[in-house]
Design a protein around this ligand. Structure first.
Ligand SMILES: [Cu+2]
Length: 113
C-alpha cells in the first residue's frame, strides 16, 4: 500500500515536471454544444492572450453555421458532427457569435479576460 502510494507520488511528481507536462500539454479546449438551436453554454470564458481550440458539436438534426464577424469565422457544422476551430490569442474583450441558420436563438459570446 505504501509502496503503491510512493509510486503514485513519484509518478505525479514526474508528471508535474515542466518538461514532461509541456511535451504532452494539449492546447486548451473550449467545448460548445448546439442543441435545440441554442448554444450551450452561451458564454465561455478564456484567458486573454492564449490561443485555444473551440470544439463545437452540433446535436441538432439540421446543419448550423457557426459565425462570428468579430473573429472572422464562418463554419458550417453538419448535423451530428463536431468541428475543431483553432482560435488565435484574443485580446481581452467580448466576442459574440451566432448560429447563422437560427440566429434568433443561437447566440453566444466568448469573453477573453
Ligand atoms: Cu454565414
Amino acid at each position: 500500500m505504501i509502496g503503491a502510494l510512493a509510486a503514485a507520488l513519484a509518478f505525479s511528481a514526474l508528471a508535474a515536471a515542466p518538461g514532461v507536462v509541456l511535451a504532452a500539454d494539449p492546447q486548451s479546449e473550449v467545448v460548445l454544444v448546439i442543441e435545440a438551436n441554442r448554444f450551450q453554454p452561451e458564454e465561455v470564458r478564456v484567458k486573454a492572450g492564449a490561443p485555444f481550440v473551440l470544439v463545437v458539436t452540433n446535436r441538432d438534426p439540421g446543419p448550423e453555421e457557426f459565425e462570428s464577424r468579430e473573429l472572422r469565422i464562418e463554419k458550417v457544422i453538419p448535423p451530428g458532427k463536431t468541428v475543431r476551430l483553432r482560435m488565435p490569442a484574443l485580446k481581452a474583450g467580448t466576442y459574440p457569435f451566432v448560429g447563422e441558420y437560427h440566429a434568433k436563438t443561437a447566440k453566444g459570446r466568448i469573453v477573453a479576460e
